[in-house]
Design a protein around this ligand. Structure first.
Ligand code: BGC
Length: 767
């Protein structure tokens, strides 16, 4: 854990240059706009430790699978999010000496991520080896208004010398992914051109033939006066730059404004991409840096108005929740149904920037409550569009008759994960995708979605479950063998309670949904039956038979559900017994030792209890929580939030608060010692859920919102805002009362602490 960032309600601040933490800061201070994102690399050259990263949504490369021992069924490739053109670069030389923070004495360094207005700032004074001192201020943002535009303002002041400063803004497409399997560069150069103050580079990916066209234009000012100058044009394959020298005297400030358009062939035909990029750039340049920054700030203000959570009396918690919300909206805005939410967003490469079950299990509730209804729907439609691929994925593994296995990792619907225990066994992801349909309908009331798209997905997923279980003669029951639950620290286990539970829920929900569509949309029912070749009688009956005879492991004496058949045979130890120097265990223990231990990577049984909470009485929840929590390592970022929500439900507020901080400040404080790889974007939605469902106790039952708010003693008050079926509610909780403001134009019915309440339009309820 590293605590070097300053606490502040609206900003993430690094004071003093922490060179050894630079790659962590590069992740944390990343900027993005849902269409592209950039790690917080320096504009100027840096020879110290750095992980250069610039990413464009939806672009990927199918990197040929690399495994030691091929197993039939492995996907041919792993879809890698593409590390793309570095568009932020500006080389700076002072009388021929390169400005490189690794070689300078750096003073007054401050790096700030302004979350309120959506930009990254950096300032410092650098003493070069020559003794010359310069003062730098850099500001940049990825516009969420013009989402193909990035803008940088970089100023440099000569503090103790007169001489020549050379500025070389560039675009570098000669980039290699950090996680490439064969040290292969994925981009080839297609075109580069440089003019006096503008330049363009087009690169194309091998195999997938995606094109990215980056075009820049810049202006240079001396002491706020725009300069007219000649530049040297530098053009190499996959690289363009314009270099110019300027004479300065002591106290002079040179300022460069560089605006870049990044256009991808996902959105522009390749024959037009260059012209379009000049068009897009021209519009941005007409607005100029200041106007675009103002628009950025206004657009973020609008987002915050919808989604902000306030926490009074605890700056560290306040900063953390805003950081999580900010990063989520920097990653995914929900406007483009082809896009999804990679676990690292635009902040790194690990996990390929691809789509995981994280989206449905963690992110969906956040977007449903803070954004327009169509955003949640888009996330569902994304999977609907991948249904055929999911059927093909299942067929590759031997399943038939339209059974679908959604991928663990994907960019285009095809499975691209290639570790057998996850690819073949971590099948619970299918359950999360089905559950998301239910959750979306429960939250939005959009029942029509079932008939439109949902039912087809449910039928295909249920077919998979029906084929994946088998009848055990010995038990006289159906069982599910050879799975990996959410806890990836156990593989090839039999009867993982979570997987079997969600599978059975899925069969039941599909049967109910069939009935619903049959009764309410008979024509669609016929059309779907024909399309899917659904044998109503045989299939439905088979599913019912499985449902009635499914084995779910539990220990009656302990009163707990069992993570898997053999869990209690394992040597039972508590996490507190592990030497702290050996944590995280995945970095210290052999895989064999991890698999044999009872230690749990992330919520597993508790994940199921969280999803299906209404089925269990409080004692059952408590017994399971008290049993599994001390055995859980939380070595997945997806874990503490679930524990926080359940702890809050059980009235264990201190524990809930501890888990909240762990999930909320996971990246800010580098809890899991891996933030340098990128931020844990998808678990950030879990942080939001920890407040809204955890402390706020929000649930939807019987078509209405229920609240059971509690408040940690460390906080004076907190508030959150949610949309629900056309209503907008703001809930504020302090130690004396709960106030719910109905911002909508119609009355709304809620349950507060179990009691029915009506809140009139534009009125407040205080209890
Ligand atoms: C977790 C998975 C998760 C993945 C991506 C892994 O460490 O165990 O549940 O889907 O990270 O976030």
């Amino acid at each position: 854990m590293k605590e070097y960032l300053k606490h502040d309600a609206w900003n993430i601040i690094e004071e003093g240059f922490h060179a050894s933490n630079n790659e962590i800061s590069e992740s944390v201070f990343s900027i993005g706009n849902g269409r592209m994102g950039h790690r917080a690399n320096f504009e100027e050259y840096y020879s110290g430790s750095t992980f250069q990263g610039s990413y464009i949504a939806g672009l990927y490369y199918p990197d040929k699978t690399r495994v030691g021992w091929w197993k039939n069924g492995y996907p041919e490739y792993f879809a890698k999010v593409l590390n793309s053109t570095n568009w932020i670069g500006i080389d700076v030389k002072i009388d021929g000496e390169t400005l490189d923070l690794a070689l300078c004495e750096v003073n007054d360094f401050v790096r700030t991520l302004n979350m309120k207005e959506g930009y990254l700032d950096r300032s410092f004074e650098a003493t070069l080896v020559s003794g010359k001192i310069v003062k730098i201020h850099a500001r940049r943002f990825c516009s969420i208004v013009d989402d193909e535009i990035g803008a940088i303002r970089y100023s440099i002041t000569a503090l103790n010398f007169s001489g020549t400063i050379s500025l070389t803004p560039y675009l570098d497409a000669d980039i290699i992914n950090k996680d490439t399997n064969y040290d292969e560069k994925f981009w080839i150069g297609i075109h580069s051109e440089a003019k006096r103050t503008k330049a363009s580079v087009i690169a194309e990916t091998k195999k997938t033939k995606f094109q990215l066209c980056s075009t820049m234009k810049f202006k240079i000012f001396k002491n706020e006066e725009e300069l007219d100058f000649e530049s040297q044009k530098i053009k190499k394959e996959k690289y363009v730059a314009c270099s110019a020298d300027f004479h300065v005297v002591d106290g002079d400030t040179l300022k460069i404004e560089k605006i870049v358009a990044n256009l991808s062939s996902l959105n522009h035909p390749t024959e037009e991409i260059l012209d379009n990029s000049y068009e897009v750039l021209k519009k941005a340049c007409t607005k100029g840096f200041d106007q675009m920054l103002q628009e950025q700030s206004d657009a973020w203000a609008a987002k915050w108005k919808e989604s902000d959570i306030t926490i009074e009396g605890d700056v560290s918690a306040q900063q953390a929740i805003r950081f999580n919300i900010f990063q989520l909206y920097q990653t995914y805005t929900g406007e483009d149904e082809r896009l999804n939410i990679g676990p690292k967003g635009f902040t790194g490469e690990k996990y390929g920037g691809s789509t995981y079950w994280d989206t449905e299990a963690y992110c969906l509730p956040f977007y449903m409550a803070t954004a327009n209804e169509k955003v949640g729907r888009n996330l569902l439609v994304y999977r609907y569009k991948h249904l055929q691929k999911a059927i093909e994925n299942a067929a590759k593994l031997g399943f038939k008759d339209g059974a679908a296995l959604y991928p663990m990792v994907t960019m285009n619907g095809e499975e691209c994960h290639n570790e057998w225990e996850i690819t073949f066994e971590e099948i619970h992801r299918n359950g999360a995708i089905a559950f998301a349909i239910y959750d979306y309908i429960r939250y939005t009331g959009d029942q029509d979605y079932l008939a439109e798209h949902g039912l087809e997905v449910l039928i295909a997923i249920s077919r998979f479950w029906a084929q994946r279980v088998h009848f055990s003669e010995q038990r006289g029951m159906y069982v599910m063998h050879g799975v990996t639950g959410p806890n990836e620290y156990e593989n090839n286990i039999n009867n993982n309670w979570y997987t079997s539970t969600i599978a059975m829920w899925c069969l039941k929900y599909t049967i109910e949904s069939l009935e619903f569509v049959q009764n309410n949309h008979p024509e669609r029912f016929t059309a779907i039956s024909e399309k899917t070749k659904f044998y109503e009688y045989t299939e439905r009956n088979e599913w019912k038979k499985i449902l009635d005879n499914m084995y779910l492991p539990e220990d009656k004496e302990l009163g707990i559900f069992l993570q898997q058949d053999g869990y209690l045979d394992k040597e039972q130890k508590m996490v507190t017994e592990i030497d702290p120097s050996e944590v995280p265990v995945w970095q210290h223990w052999s895989w064999d030792r991890i698999l044999r231990s009872c230690f749990i990577k992330q919520a597993d049984v508790l994940q199921g209890i969280y999803l299906f909470e209404e089925r269990f009485d409080e004692d059952t929840i408590r017994r399971n929580f008290d049993f599994y929590e001390p055995r859980t390592l939380h070595e997945s970022s997806l874990s503490p939030c679930i524990h926080s929500i359940l702890a809050a439900k059980l009235g264990k507020i201190d524990q809930a608060y501890k888990f909240y901080l762990r999930t909320a400040r996971l990246d800010l404080d580098d809890y899991n010692n891996d933030t340098e790889d990128g931020c844990h974007i998808t678990s950030m939605a879990g942080t939001w859920t920890s407040i809204v469902k955890g402390f706020g106790g929000m649930r939807v039952y019987d078509d209405i919102l229920h609240f059971n708010p509690v408040i940690p003693k460390e906080w004076e008050a907190y508030s959150f805002k949610i949309r629900f079926r056309g209503a907008i509610l703001k809930i504020k909780v302090d130690h004396a009362k709960v106030v719910v403001l109905n911002e909508s134009n119609h009355d709304i019915q809620i349950k507060m602490h179990g009691k029915d309440q009506t809140i009139l339009a534009k009125a407040e309820l205080a209890v």
